[in-house]
Design a protein around this ligand. Structure first.
Ligand SMILES: *Cc1c(COP(=O)(O)O)cnc(C)c1O
Length: 360
């Protein structure tokens, strides 16, 4: 048995301790004589799992009592539709387009109402975050939407936009639980868990209670109404029990690691090791404006497609997996989520240094 250093953008690396706990629980979860995969979602054992998961994420993110935590299916992409369906009261919302995921969300919202593009960084291949400190925000917007960490391009909002009192909705998929957040600044924070938290197929919405409306257009599918999910404790139908269980284990691991302040510190340390190397290398360079660099997703290039390909092949052979960049950026990308140990980042930088010397 061996483990690689897995730099995948998602589904991505999980903490080894969590995998081992899941392995231990697999045959007989806490004396139930069955695994979590085989358990009724209406059972007491599963109710405990989801209740504890909710309490633990509330503790970790310091979620106020007037916010609901919803465990949903359909991934982040389904929320691209659910959000306008539930939150577009005036049928008009503002989107800040900083990458593919924000763009897709805006496109989906256009099916339900008017979308105002408040700012964009498409002019420079989404390699920076536009100035959002004083945007022109129309008065009748229902919300302002951002993708706070851009998985593909490796940017992250250094500050939240000034929404001038409008609701802020944020997709935090690829930075979920990587650092503390002030939940009260948002109407809705959500993320697919397969980047930084757990197994694919689950998306967690943290939504202010007063935004869960019971006067929605009755044509909105039952499953996509936040109210349905909130009223039923995310158990309207069979949820992704397995992913909820693993996320719960990850929440406990995060608590043990010292919570989100401690994660932020380690994540900053890990990112600094990689960015410092990139900034000093003659072969490799970062593709992202310094002030806007993600702590989680680090794209880099050599400027030569053949050398990029050679690097990807040789790094894979050396036990560094999934370093090939997204097809829209090219080059390489190292995703260094919570579960990537600092040793993995150090080993990667050593390998890059060696590669650079051998290929001058
Ligand atoms: C991966 C990703 C998505 C899409 O997630 P799915 O769960 O596959 O729909 C959306 N937003 C961001 C920021 C992502 O990284």
């Amino acid at each position: 048995m061996h483990r690689v250093y897995n730099f995948s953008a998602g589904p991505a690396v999980l903490p080894e301790e969590v995998l081992k706990q899941a392995q231990e629980d697999m045959f007989d979860y806490k004396g139930t004589g069955m695994s979590v995969m085989e358990m009724s979602h209406r059972s007491k054992a599963f109710q405990n799992i989801i209740d504890e998961a909710e309490q633990d994420i509330r503790d970790l993110m310091n979620i106020p009592a007037n916010y609901k935590v919803l465990f949903l299916q359909g991934g982040a992409s389904q929320q691209f539709a659910a959000i306008p369906m539930n939150l577009m009261v005036n049928h008009k919302a503002g989107y800040i387009v900083t990458g593919q995921w924000a763009k897709k969300a805006a496109q989906e919202a256009k099916k339900y109402g008017e979308v105002v593009e408040l700012a964009s960084s498409a002019d420079k291949t989404f390699s920076y975050i536009p100035d959002v400190s004083n945007l022109d925000i129309p008065d009748d917007l229902d919300y302002v939407y951002i993708c706070q960490n851009n998985t593909i391009y490796g940017t992250r909002f250094p500050q939240l936009p000034d929404t001038k009192g409008k609701l802020l909705v944020s997709d935090v998929s690829s930075m979920f639980l990587s650092e503390p957040v002030d939940v009260t600044k948002y109407g809705l924070i959500y993320g697919g868990v397969q980047k930084n938290v757990g197994p694919a197929g689950l998306v967690i919405d943290i939504i202010r209670e007063d935004l869960i409306r019971d006067d929605l257009d009755s044509k909105v599918p039952t499953m996509l109404q936040f109210k349905t999910q909130a009223d039923n404790g995310s158990l309207y139908n069979t949820p992704n029990c397995w992913s909820i269980y693993i996320c719960g284990l990850v929440f406990k691991w995060l608590k043990k690691m010292g919570g989100l302040e401690a994660m932020k510190k380690v994540n900053e340390e890990k990112a600094a090791i990689l960015y410092d190397f990139l900034d000093n290398s003659k072969m490799f360079s970062s593709t992202v404006a310094k002030a806007d660099r993600s702590l989680m997703n680090v794209p880099f290039v050599t400027g030569n497609a053949d050398i990029d390909a050679k690097f990807v092949a040789e790094s894979k052979a050396a036990g560094f997996e999934n370093l090939k960049g997204h097809r829209s950026v090219g080059g390489m990308r190292a995703s260094i989520y919570n579960a990537m140990p600092i040793e993995g980042v150090k080993a990667l930088v050593e390998f890059m240094d060696k590669f650079e010397k051998e290929n001058q």
